[in-house]
Write a protein that binds this ligand. Structure first.
Ligand SMILES: [Zn+2]
Length: 155
């Protein structure tokens, strides 16, 4: 895939989480059995996904402004990836957004897991469900030609 093979920019762990929608997003955690609900912990949105974190969650407005200054207002994953592939500055901006925001989400997640009333369902084996989730939620990876259905690439 084009964006994986870029000369500039490495895929950090947290950047990869956002690009693949596999990571510290409640919709994903819920899907693999680690959370009871896909609702966002940081606002009242019904589903916390990578796209929600990137483009709409009000908790990350400050970090988002920094990103928008570089990549523009279209924050669909497809549009951002296009920017990243074409510009090292955009790559770095996206990478630092992901590092800052996901590390805060991970810290909040750890706090919740440490609290006494955390649900006891998080050890459930999740390999098969994770793969199914990938097929449902990873248009960028599983079928690059159909990304237009989720928001076309462009400015
Ligand atoms: Zn939110």
């Amino acid at each position: 895939m084009e964006w994986v093979q870029r000369q500039h920019g490495r895929l950090s762990y947290r950047l990869t989480q956002v690009l693949t929608d596999h990571g510290c997003f409640r919709a994903f955690l819920c899907f693999i059995g680690r959370e009871e609900s896909p609702r966002c912990h940081h606002c009242d949105a019904e589903e916390d996904t990578a796209q929600h974190t990137l483009a709409t969650c009000p908790a990350w407005a400050k970090e988002r402004d920094v990103l928008i200054a570089v990549v523009g207002r279209n924050l669909s994953l497809g549009a951002v990836v296009t920017c990243m592939v074409g510009s090292e500055e955009a790559w770095q901006a996206m990478r630092s957004f992901c590092e800052t925001v996901i590390s805060q989400k991970e810290a909040a997640e750890r706090e919740r897991e440490a609290s006494a009333d955390a649900p006891m369902i998080r050890r459930r084996r999740a390999g098969r469900r994770r793969r199914q989730y990938g097929l449902l939620h990873m248009p960028l990876l599983s079928s690059p030609r159909t990304t237009d259905s989720r928001g076309s690439v462009g400015r």
